[in-house]
Design a protein around this ligand. Structure first.
Ligand code: ADP
Ligand code: MG
Length: 368
């Protein structure tokens, strides 16, 4: 029993300190009216500009974000993808006010999070953000029922009991878990626990929902159900959703996929809105049938820098320097002759073949 008390106190602490919170949302924040939201859609809701995060461990410095630029529109559902260690979780923590970047600009709904005091950041985290983590154990307290888990976050935010009950009922229904209100997490399946975790994340009506691999521990049918639920909740509550995922099938179901490499945004894949994305073709960015529906674009920063994907760079034989030529209809980046041979030998035949398809499978521009 003492464990339970300690755990509850720990959750309360987490919600009030600048530590990762248990679905760290709180006080109800009035959501913008639909008309205000459509007006706001023009201006980005989230703006990251030159975002830098440096971790200092003993004498070492790890630069987790290296001048990252990203804009997210209100109501957008975005997936962050990228290799392990590329800075995805660091960015998510920054967006959620769990950790402050070292430099740059990070604005959410007009507030620069880097300028907020610790208390203001806590208020931001409570009122405007909800979190869903990969591990269900991080989302829910095992000794509380589903309803108690949802209500706990409202209690900590000071919501009255009548409102707590009404909102917990609404959220349980919204995630399709009304019949499981009295169950405790260990009695629920992984997918059911994640649904309750989503209800917890929305307990205090945040404007932003952040998920770090929220479908990472469930099977694909369950993941699809959770993604469907998130889309549904986005419509219902006007949420802006940012998910980290390594699953291309998940990435294929959002509005936009932003790839992060070495702490910077490197490319974006956008879905054309009127064509539903096919989940099973997500990894073949340029596969012929899907080419019209999905397009991967390289991102340029404000000064015009862009990041060439390492594998494509190697295939093209581009080493440390490249020749840039303005050609009819675009810019051509060519290897410098003396660096060509070393770069091209670094990849094997299979990689080269698949890269060739990923680079050239789309139709060439029509002849004029
Ligand atoms: P991802 O989520 O894309 O796998 P992370 O954002 O977790 O990447 O990490 C980016 C880089 O920052 C990695 O090199 C990682 O080791 C480092 N890093 C992340 N968090 C910390 C921390 N708390 N202390 C020191 N280094 C960290
Ligand atoms: Mg991570």
């Amino acid at each position: 029993m003492r464990d339970c008390k300690e755990q509850t106190e720990r959750v309360a602490d987490l919600l009030t300190e600048s530590e990762p919170a248990h679905n760290g949302a709180a006080q109800p924040a009035p959501l913008p009216a639909p008309s205000a939201m459509s007006q706001a859609a023009a201006a980005p809701f989230i703006v990251c500009s030159g975002l830098v995060k440096i971790f200092r461990v003993a004498d070492l410095e790890v630069v987790a974000l290296q001048g990252l630029d990203l804009e997210v529109a209100q109501g957008e559902m975005l997936a962050l993808v990228g290799p392990s260690g590329s800075g995805k979780s660091t960015l998510l923590s920054a967006l959620g006010g769990l950790d402050q970047p070292s430099a740059g600009r990070l604005e959410v709904a007009g507030q620069n999070l880097l300028k907020l005091s610790a208390a203001e950041l806590t208020a931001y985290r409570r009122r405007q953000v909800g979190f869903v983590w990969q591990q269900t154990t991080r989302n829910l307290l095992p000794y509380l029922t589903a309803r108690e888990n949802i209500e706990l976050l409202m209690t900590l935010a000071g919501t009255g009991s009548r409102e707590r009950r009404a909102r917990a009922d609404e959220l349980l229904a919204a995630v399709g878990m009304s019949d499981y209100a009295r169950q405790k997490p260990p009695q629920l399946s992984g997918g059911q626990q994640q649904r309750i975790a989503i209800a917890c994340a929305l307990a205090n009506m945040p404007a932003i929902l952040l998920g770090d691999e929220p479908t990472g521990e469930v099977d694909w049918p369950t993941a699809q159900m959770i993604l469907g639920l998130l889309r549904n909740l986005r419509e219902r509550y006007g949420l802006t959703i940012v998910l980290v995922t390594h699953d291309p099938r998940v990435a294929a179901q959002v509005d936009r996929v932003v790839a992060i490499r070495d702490g910077r945004t490197s490319s974006e894949t956008i879905h054309t809105p009127d064509v539903p994305a096919a989940a099973d073709t997500a990894h073949t960015m340029h596969s012929t049938a899907q080419a019209a529906q999905r397009e991967e674009l390289v991102v340029l920063d404000k000064t015009g820098r862009l990041q060439l994907p390492g594998d494509q760079r190697a295939l093209a034989g581009i080493g440390r320097r490249a020749r840039v030529e303005l050609i009819d209809g675009g810019i051509l980046i060519r290897p410098v002759d003396d660096e060509h041979s070393t770069a091209i030998t670094e990849i094997d035949d299979t990689t080269a073949t698949s890269l060739y398809h990923s680079l050239y499978a789309t139709d060439p521009p029509a002849e004029k």
